[in-house]
Design a protein around this ligand. Structure first.
Ligand code: GRF
Length: 215
């Protein structure tokens, strides 16, 4: 078996996606090692999840830094010192600046609760309901300097049903996210998914459109 994929998982809150990755590793379904869990918030429940599973954690609070450059610089320095293959954003509520994105170019993944490029940014569930959209979804993409804009690896799509509220969409999205993030990381760890100069390859073929995730 090849070397485990070395990950840093960045969170700000509940950490249910973190949990799904931990579970996939612990049950032997993902050949990866979580080298660190970084939180922008010292009250994040995800930190408790990490500690319960014996993982190293680090909190980086923006109140302790004068500006975004200093914050990103400290985060970059820390991640470089840990030594990782991929940075996995899992509900991390800080926007990363261009320097740290460049330092980990094409090695930062994000999960976003919409069918990108639709509904970038925050409050996606409220916005799709307001627009009376018929479908919604989840995307996993590579992070580039433009918000929620990098190459999309994988998407899951689900219907919005009459009477669905924000919490319903959140629950539907999360159910998919918890299978999708471990799956994408599995593709990376077993070499099925590759990134070359920002272009995505799946089983050696250029990925021309996002992989449709069907659980
Ligand atoms: C997820 O819905 C994800 O799409 C978004 O932030 C949320 C994080 O949830 N980026 P959790 O902290 O993993 O439970």
């Amino acid at each position: 078996m090849s070397e485990p994929l070395k990950l840093a998982i960045l969170i700000s809150g509940n950490g249910s996606n973190l949990q799904s990755i931990i579970d996939a590793i612990e049950t032997g379904g993902l050949n990866a090692q979580i080298k660190t869990v970084v939180s922008s918030n010292n009250m994040a429940y995800g930190l408790i999840r990490a500690t319960r599973h014996g993982l190293s954690t680090w909190v980086i609070d923006h109140h302790d830094y004068q500006n975004r450059d200093q914050y990103d610089g400290a985060l970059q320095h820390y991640l470089e010192s840990v030594g990782i293959d991929y940075v996995v954003l899992a509900g991390f509520m800080r926007i990363l600046g261009p320097a740290i994105i460049k330092a980990f170019e094409h090695r930062i993944l994000n999960i976003h609760p919409s069918l990108l490029p639709a509904y970038k940014g925050l409050n996606t569930h409220q916005r799709v309901l307001h627009d009376k959209a018929t479908h919604h979804g989840v995307s996993i993409h590579l992070v580039t300097a433009k918000l929620d804009d990098g190459p999309i690896i994988c998407q899951a799509r689900y219907p919005i049903e009459a009477g669905d509220r924000v919490e319903d969409l959140q629950a539907k999205g999360h159910r998919l996210e918890h299978q999708m993030y471990p799956q994408v990381l599995r593709w990376l760890s077993d070499g099925k998914l590759g990134v070359e100069e920002g272009r995505l390859f799946y089983e050696k073929a250029l990925l021309e459109r996002p992989i449709a995730f069907n659980p």
